[in-house]
Design a protein around this ligand. Structure first.
Ligand SMILES: C[S@@+](CC[C@H](N)C(=O)[O-])C[C@H]1O[C@@H](n2cnc3c(N)ncnc32)[C@H](O)[C@@H]1O
Length: 287
């Protein structure tokens, strides 16, 4: 939480009562699966105060009435966007990309060269830095990957993050996390921004997708990255989503989760650990 989000309640322009907080957390849970415990009250205050100001409303009660109303559909999306934490980075938890490059990519490349389609999913991709890192990792191993049937689907509930992802443009500060050679190889300066090069962008298809909605994908995946999103969900919701992933993974496919996350529910017995928070899907049992 930022300093602004820890603001003293005496400086506050609005009052966030317990019942208003309960109404907001109920709505957020229902719309997104995100669980807002009492410790998130300051965060809710700080993030939604901005929305109340934009809407020129008197306070939380009026805002809640509006988002619950038929006319509030667009604001419900703004509410979820304001509440989601979209922190991400290029090469975040870099050991996953090292594992992928060393142990997973060679098999995928061989299969792609035999003409098989290769599908990867960055689920809860935020503004795209995760799937672009994945695409760069693959292209480093197979520069001609664009000539093969290899695609990364990248989805997030937050439309604003997906809009940024679709531009492929990031600030120099964001990009400078990568080493100079990688930046030179995969980014072009565009004005005062850095844009991911076309072969990388071409590999990734971005879509808005809420985990709670029906997943419209037709094909199973060879790799799923779902990192640092389910941590915001309660265990029962996490279970449902991990169960969902098992329906969308080929046997022996790989899944990477965030450093503080763990698989829960029925799916646990179907994943073999192949490294820190790195798994292989073994539906017929872990040998
Ligand atoms: C902290 S970011 C993680 C981004 C990236 N996976 C990473 O590890 O760097 C969590 C993302 O989960 C997304 N998210 C939260 N609830 C979601 C839901 N119900 N469906 C899809 N995405 C969701 C948020 O919008 C946010 O972009």
């Amino acid at each position: 939480m930022s300093v602004a989000e820890k603001q003293d309640s005496s400086d506050r322009a609005y009052v966030l009562s317990d019942s208003d907080f309960t109404a907001i957390s109920g709505l957020v849970l229902q719309q997104s699966g995100i669980h807002l415990g009492d410790a998130k009250k300051d965060l809710v205050y700080s993030r939604l105060t901005k929305r109340i100001r934009v809407r020129k409303m008197n306070g939380f009660s009026e805002y809640i009435e509006f988002v619950k109303s038929g006319a509030g559909a667009a604001e419900r999306e703004e509410l979820i966007s304001a509440i989601t934490t979209n922190v991400t980075n290029f090469n975040r938890e870099g050991h996953h990309f090292e594992h992928f490059s060393e142990h997973v990519a060679p098999g995928l490349i061989e299969r792609a060269r035999r003409g098989e389609p290769i599908r990867m999913w960055s689920a809860a991709c935020s503004d795209g830095r995760e799937p672009f890192t994945l695409a760069m990792s693959l292209l480093n191993k197979m520069p001609e990957a664009g000539n093969f049937n290899i695609k990364i689907l990248a989805t997030d509930i937050d439309r604003k993050s997906i809009q940024i992802a679709n531009t492929g443009q990031y600030t120099a500060d964001m990009v400078n996390r990568l080493d100079k050679a990688t930046v030179g190889k995969w980014f072009d300066p565009v004005g005062n921004m850095m844009q991911v090069k076309k072969p990388v962008r071409d590999m990734v298809q971005f879509n808005v997708l809420n985990f709670l909605d029906k997943w419209p994908m037709k094909r199973k995946f060879d790799v799923i990255f779902c990192r640092n999103a389910l941590i915001y969900f309660k265990a029962d919701m996490q279970e449902q989503i991990f169960d969902g992933f098992t329906q969308f993974l080929h046997d022996d496919a790989y899944m990477y989760i965030g450093h503080s996350e763990r698989i829960v529910g029925r799916a646990v017995d179907k994943f073999k650990s192949v490294g820190p928070t790195s798994f292989q899907y073994k539906p017929k049992g872990i040998k």
